[in-house]
Write a protein that binds this ligand. Sequence first.
Ligand code: ADE
Length: 225
Amino acid sequence: MVRVKTKLVTWEEIVEWSHGLAMIIRKDGYKPDVIVALARGGYVPARLLCDFLDVENLLSIQSQHWTEAAKAEEKAIIKYPYKVDLSGRRVLIVDDIVDTGDSIKLAYEFIVKNWNPLEARTAALQWISSVAKFKPDYYYIEVTDWTWFQYPWTRLEDTYQFIKRIMTETYKETNKKKWSFEEIVNGFKEWYGIDVGELYYREALRILEEKGIIVREGSEYVLAT
Ligand code: ADE
């Protein structure tokens, strides 16, 4: 039984979606002078939009989520709040996905207030309309049923976090600590309904070992507690 609704996104889909998004922006007649990639998820889509829309200027801004002490809610902040002068320039702020909408809303407001653009619009490959508090000006796919999209640029990070979750949750439920490689791969497929391939499982286990979350015992992996 799949526990988290997950979709594996391929590089081919990213090119197709970015092209589709570029066509929507072009048809609307918006010609940005500068694209701002919202780090880190917006980097690849922003670079592809530069290509498809023939935009030379690419900047970046990073937002980060902080979990406030004693609060379940996360708060988005601009990580390096530097200032640039974009007066007279039309800007397009790009992210991969608008989920809660906090990051892109914050970036948009920060840029309008501090970078003084002539105009600022927002774009994302995907918009989760059922949960987002912010609707981007342009999006390619409207998602209504919340899903975790496994993008090519977070493949490894997601894989090690998913494996960590499978091992810790299973330990809580059944006291199981020791896993073979095959059990981990099968567990991954069962929990997430996707297969990222051997390279990513091996690299993820190496990272978890490096972080001291698991310990290798021969050919088995043991959750360190
Ligand atoms: N980042 C924030 N929300 C996400 C989602 N639903 N899928 C992938 N990356 C995300």
